[in-house]
Design a protein around this ligand. Structure first.
Ligand code: FMN
Length: 176
């Protein structure tokens, strides 16, 4: 069975991006879902000195290996001050030191959400422009505005947004 990994660009225990990525994955047909959590990967704050002194952390190698073994990726990015969360940027930077093609050309759905009406539009724009240089094979993307208004009790209340996520997962399924 094809493996889809979900990842939130957040270190929040109750991450709304984690909820969105995992909900979106649940719409996929006949796949194994592997739910990743950045909190499970102990990565020191990236510094060339740490890298030179200590090499790659074991958890970094484990994360890279999981991406390598995946057939597809669903990632949802938290927006902090218009950009990636520090936790995500740190993981991204570490991964890029192993291989600049961080996402290994795996088919990817790129999502972002926030409590606000822009739904992480700024971090989405950042990732859409940057990920392709990092081996990001983005099949489709969407921001998901006003998370708490549109996502309730584990479901997407807004029909248009729900249809969008269903369409994206169908597109991802077709690439597997
Ligand atoms: C330091 C910080 C900066 C933030 N900056 C933004 C922002 O630029 N745009 C936005 O829509 N939300 C911003 N937020 C609110 C986040 O969207 C909100 O905390 C959201 O829950 C983050 O996603 P997560 O739950 O997946 O971590 C910020 C939150 C924090 C803590």
């Amino acid at each position: 069975m094809k493996k889809i990994i979900t990842l939130a660009g957040s270190s929040s225990k109750n991450s709304i991006n984690k909820q969105l990525a995992e909900f979106t994955a649940s719409l996929m047909q006949d796949v194994e879902i592997i739910k990743l959590d950045l909190n499970d990967y102990q990565l020191p704050l990236y510094s060339i000195d740490v890298e030179n002194d200590e090499g790659f952390p074991a958890d970094l190698l484990a994360l890279d290996e999981i991406i390598e073994k995946a057939d597809g990726i669903i990632i949802s990015l938290a927006e902090h001050n218009g950009a990636y969360s520090a936790a995500f940027k740190n993981a991204f930077d570490w991964l890029s030191r192993i291989n600049g093609k961080v996402w290994k050309n795996k088919p990817m759905l790129l999502l972002s959400t926030s409590p606000g009406a822009r739904g992480g539009q700024s971090v989405m724009e950042l990732a859409l422009s940057r990920f392709p240089y990092g081996g990001g094979n983005i099949i489709g993307s969407t921001t998901f505005p006003s998370f708490y208004d549109n996502f309730k009790d584990g479901k997407v209340e807004n029909l248009e947004l729900n249809n969008k996520l269903v369409a994206l997962t169908k597109d991802l399924n077709k690439t597997l």
